[in-house]
Ligand binder design. Structure first.
Ligand SMILES: *[C@@H]1O[C@H](CO)[C@@H](O)[C@H](O)[C@H]1NC(C)=O
Ligand SMILES: *[C@@H]1O[C@H](CO)[C@@H](O)[C@H](O)[C@H]1NC(C)=O
Length: 737
């Protein structure tokens, strides 16, 4: 999140190279070294990863700047949609490209950018009614485009070739998600400036060592921002390390007009700040192992003697254990999970839990108000495209053996499709955890020990938004729980400083962070990830119920006890009743219930959102970044379902003014009781960097759960069998030579 795509080419090639290198190092493709012998059967032990590979690369689909010959991937040329929610196919992208190129709106202008092209999902009722074998509802595409410096939102009907231009898009502020080519395209602009070149050489950096990032400039209601799309370019030196982020050219900021591709101004305030030496910042295994082998444990992997237990039908429909859902890649959201259903063990019926869930927006404000830092308040989904930044996953390290890999197919700025290979993985995870257990102690004379192992299904993506890596997991448990988990890793955005020891820092000087190494400060920042959760618990019409846990004091003489806790239920009538700030000393449970579906004993069926470790934004609500990211003002919101309210920061987030956020919609205070409603949850992190985060951060994770509450009649995994010794193989490695 934080900063950005540097020389796109550079970063991409690094990523691709890394993936290949690591794959080579770790794939069990050197059978002459180590064999696994299994007492159960040996065939499965040598089974390969289910990584999709094709025999020949496809020349039609090419990711910009990436040589397709270095990436193995599946052919997608002949993909056809099977489900109303299936993403646009290569053929459909090509058709949209042709329709738009010939349309008078685009034909008349010499230059335009298609910023996003994605499926416009059919109306929810149509999708819910649709059954396999039915004809698909009309296929349509939503397009955001920049034409003559203005934002546009269009819909293309693939059946009729009709294009409709939504005039409303000129009413809201902001610009569409940057196209990859736009992010890359601005990086050469500073080179047009003699002043920039002079500064770079004065700082002792060779032009050939320059690595620059396109940094979204936010919006601060300044005259310079009016009627133009701006971006800030900051640079690093990649001399002697791939970890150029640790060598900032501090204080140098080039303000660039993104559409005219010209320098607006240069601010150069760090001339006396040395560039950190970058020694020992290279994190690559190939470099680390030169200093000795640091293996702390023996090789470990998950063995599945009978193979994995999930299937992916027609490319997108995932079925595992008692779960079924539709899964797809999206350029803006990353992963979209739809029509999530769980099978009821009592009735065998597939019951609806969630119509759609995805990461709607991110907000990453840095806590340094000075010239070269104040604007760093990233909104990664709407500005950079969370899915666009999701790099290919690394088999055996990002996802275990037997994982299934799904590609993303996205549109380049001219509308032609390209491939984001192995962007999402699906796998079963067994971490030695327990699903439920009980053993009887000697107090009773019953000899009982019953334990069930916990196996989950994980859907994963890792977005590397320049320096930061976000690991996004959706974890499905057999007991009906869904865990949404975010892992943060990657590299800090650091600030150059003249100090190389804390004893040089005057006591009155505040560093805005932690001195991590000589001449480098890790700046304090927050991460917020806002989820769109269109829960449909046993049907679309639901209510949001706050179950407040309150202290009740007993009456004098009523009980030897002075106090106890009680659960006070309140159903939210309107949106403002459901604007929730979490409070440790005034706790509540948050239930999404279906008031018209009751259990045998009469409780309304429900799912609850269960927060865990999280953080709230403490910025002033009138601070421009906070106004733009007003969706982080509460941790929970509930809005009536509205097809055009899916992006928490608004349709156009880049340089937006905060006029189209979840806060604005929710303030309409519409009725939400017993209606089709959407729950929004924001997971937050405060990050005060520490030395362990240098030069690359060990993963920090947090999560929240969607947990059944009176949804099932009883424990839904009661009938789960335990592990039996004979079901599990024992594999032993031996040297084959
Ligand atoms: C700045 O340096 C680059 C790289 O050496 C060069 O291509 C460019 O022409 C220079 N710009 C100016 C204005 O001199
Ligand atoms: C749906 O959302 C759009 C965008 O916020 C808004 O203009 C419209 O009024 C909303 N419709 C309803 C019924 O709330």
């Amino acid at each position: 999140m934080e900063s950005r795509k540097s020389l796109q080419f550079l970063v991409l090639s690094i990523c691709v190279t890394l993936v290949l290198v690591v794959t080579w190092v770790h794939l069990p493709s050197s059978p002459n070294k180590v064999f696994l012998d299994c007492t159960l059967s040996s065939a499965w032990c040598s089974s390969k990863n289910r990584i999709q590979s094709s025999t020949k690369p496809n020349n039609l689909i090419k990711k910009p700047q990436q040589s397709s010959s270095t990436t193995q991937h599946q052919q997608h040329d002949s993909d056809v949609p099977h489900h109303p929610l299936d993403p646009l196919t290569v053929q459909e992208f090509n058709k949209i490209h042709a329709i738009l190129a010939a349309h008078p709106f685009f034909e008349s202008v010499s230059k335009y950018t298609l910023n996003t092209v994605s499926l416009e999902e059919p109306d929810k009722e149509l999708v819910i009614k649709w059954k396999r074998g039915d004809p698909l509802p009309a296929r349509k595409a939503s397009v955001t485009a920049m034409v003559k410096g203005k934002s546009h939102f269009l819909t293309v009907d693939l059946n009729t070739d009709e294009v409709s231009i939504d005039e409303k898009s000129s009413v809201v502020s902001g610009y569409p998600t940057m196209a990859m080519e736009e992010m890359v395209g601005v990086l050469d602009v500073p080179l047009k400036s003699i002043e920039f070149n002079r500064t770079i050489s004065q700082r002792g950096v060779n032009m050939g060592d320059l690595a620059c990032l396109p940094i979204s400039s936010g919006w601060y209601d300044l005259p310079v921002e009016e009627n133009r799309r701006l971006i800030k370019v900051q640079c690093y030196s990649k001399k002697d390390t791939v970890n150029f982020y640790m060598k900032p050219i501090e204080g140098l900021t080039v303000l660039v007009d993104m559409d005219k591709k010209e320098v607006v101004s240069i601010s150069d305030n760090g001339r006396d700040i040395p560039i950190a030496n970058g020694i020992n910042t290279d994190y690559r295994y190939s470099v680390q192992k030169l200093n000795g082998d640091f293996r702390l444990f023996n090789p470990i992997s998950l063995e599945q003697p009978k193979g994995p237990s999930f299937t992916v039908e027609d490319g997108h429909l995932v079925k595992w254990a008692n779960w079924e859902f539709h899964l797809k890649a999206d350029a803006r959201a990353g992963i979209i999970i739809s029509q999530v259903k769980v099978r009821d063990p009592e009735t065998s019926e597939l019951r609806s839990v969630m119509y759609k869930g995805f990461t709607s927006e991110l907000f990453v404000p840095y806590m340094d108000p000075t010239d070269a830092w104040y604007f760093k308040t990233y909104m990664d989904a709407g500005e950079y495209g969370f899915g666009l930044q999701a790099m290919p996953l690394d088999p055996l390290n990002d996802c275990p053996r037997n994982a299934y890999y799904m590609d993303g197919v996205f549109a380049a700025a001219d509308g032609t499709p390209y491939l984001q290979p192995n962007m999402i993985c699906v796998f079963e995870s067994y971490a030695g955890d327990i699903a439920w257990r009980h053993s009887e102690c000697p107090i009773t004379d019953l000899q009982v020990t019953e334990v069930r192992p916990k196996v989950n299904l994980v859907v994963r993506m890792a977005a590397a938004v320049a320096n930061y890596d976000y690991i996004i997991d959706w974890e499905f448990q057999t007991d009906g729980l869904i865990r949404a988990k975010v892992g943060l890793s990657g590299i800090l955005m650091v600030k150059g400083t003249t100090y190389d020891h804390m004893n040089q820092v005057p006591s009155q000087e505040y560093l805005y962070g932690t001195l991590l190494s000589e001449n480098i400060i890790g700046v304090i920042h927050d991460h917020f990830i806002t989820y769109y959760l269109d829960l449909d618990v046993d049907g679309s019409d639901n209510s949001f119920m706050k179950v407040n846990i309150k202290k009740q004091e007993t009456l004098p003489g009523e009980s030897p006890r002075k106090s106890y806790l009680k659960a006070v239920k309140n159903v939210a009538k309107t949106e403002k009743d459901a604007q929730i700030k979490l409070k440790l000393y005034d706790p509540s449970e948050f239930h999404m219930i279906n008031p018209s579906k009751k259990t045998r004993v009469g409780n309304p069926v429900g799912y609850k959102v269960v927060p865990s470790g999280t953080a709230a934004s403490l910025l002033d609500p009138e601070d421009p970044p906070q106004k733009r990211a007003a969706f982080t003002n509460n941790q929970i919101w509930v809005t009536p379902y509205n097809k055009s309210e899916q992006w928490a920061g608004g349709l156009f987030v880049y340089q937006s003014e905060g006029d189209d956020t979840l806060q604005v919609w929710s303030n309409r205070d519409r009725p939400i009781e017993n209606k089709d409603i959407v729950l929004w949850y924001t997971l937050g992190f405060h990050h005060i960097p520490c030395q362990e985060d240098y030069p690359i951060m060990p993963t920090v994770s947090s999560s929240f759960d969607l947990k059944p509450v009176n949804f099932f009649e009883r424990n839904p995994v009661l009938k789960l069998p335990p592990n039996f010794k004979d079901d599990l193989p024992v594999c032993k490695a031996h040297d084959s030579s």
